[in-house]
Write a protein that binds this ligand. Sequence first.
Ligand SMILES: NC(=O)c1ccc[n+]([C@@H]2O[C@H](COP(=O)([O-])OP(=O)(O)OC[C@H]3O[C@@H](n4cnc5c(N)ncnc54)[C@H](OP(=O)(O)O)[C@@H]3O)[C@@H](O)[C@H]2O)c1
Length: 345
Amino acid sequence: MAMNRGLPATFSADLEHPLRWGVIGTGSIAHTVMSDLLLVPDAEMVAVCSRSADRGAAFAGGLDLPRGARRPTVAVFERLADMLPEIDVLYVATPHGVHHEAVIPALESGTAVLAEKALTVHYRQAQTMVDAARSNGAFLMEAIWTRFNPLHVRLRELVAQGVLGEIRSVSDDFSFRFPYDPGHRLYDPALGGGGLLDLGPYPVSFIQSLLGDPDSVDVAGSLAANRVDDSATLMFRYADGITGVGTCSMRAEGPNTACVVGTLGRVEIEANALRPTRMTLYRDDLEPEELTTSIEGSGYVPQLREVQSRVRAGDIESPVMPHRDSLSIMRILTGALSALGVHHP
Ligand SMILES: NC(=O)c1ccc[n+]([C@@H]2O[C@H](COP(=O)([O-])OP(=O)(O)OC[C@H]3O[C@@H](n4cnc5c(N)ncnc54)[C@H](OP(=O)(O)O)[C@@H]3O)[C@@H](O)[C@H]2O)c1
């Protein structure tokens, strides 16, 4: 893992104040994740950046802050640069088609960045972000929060310990019906709309985290009326017939399940594979074993804690969601989009 060598003054292991967070974007995920931030010790929500001062103020005013806590200050998008010196970490919660507009200036100022998935809309842009993190010694992580869910962590441990034997196949689905609406960001090509960039990062990350980078990926999918992708199935191919199958769709409600099959056993996540509270371990000749967990806040707390500890340690990436995995995910998504005839700039 790369370490931060040229630490800006605000980034040091002996930082004495709580880490100061700012958010850009005041939409649905910004509200959910910043509400979870209030559950993280040693973190403070200090600034909001919006394209509109009114929306920024409404967002800041709507947070359920602890009694006596200072309300976050509000900056309009054009004044993002003024906000950056006031914060240690920027959470980028704008549509992925415009993530780079905030991520690049933040990294160039040495500010740590937690950027929503998809990191961006094209592999090349993702590489530019990673280069900016490395050359400025600033922390960057894509917000694949699923990797920090305690059952996902436990599943990776079971695989690493060989409990399932050799992994032969991994499958994961994230699909929900979102009727065609060309006015919504999910269908807006200018904002990076489409199922692969919005839903696809989760199954792709899940398979990649367990099987590594595939030798090749086949894709089948469909396009909406405005030629934004609205469903896709990706088959990851590995040596010796090992496969991963990831599905994502905005056209139909899917099972939202995951399954990891090895030569000695399998794990099934029977529901809500993004945020599971239960999974079952099946092993030859043994009773099925149920593994459970509880969810902190809305499920984003463990990812936020990871950012806190990495930034405090002066790291520029997380070993759980490292730059190379974000690049791998973006390479797969870019290739799948291209195969479906969808091209983001
Ligand atoms: N981790 C998760 O579970 C999760 C869940 C949903 C979405 N996401 C990701 O989070 C990001 C935002 O998704 P969301 O569902 O929160 O979207 P959203 O509700 O549409 O909110 C996005 C916000 O970004 C700001 N924005 C800046 N430039 C914009 C532009 N050109 N057009 C539209 N909005 C712009 C807007 O805030 P202002 O008007 O205040 O500028 C808007 O409210 C996406 O990358 C998405 O993939 C993650």
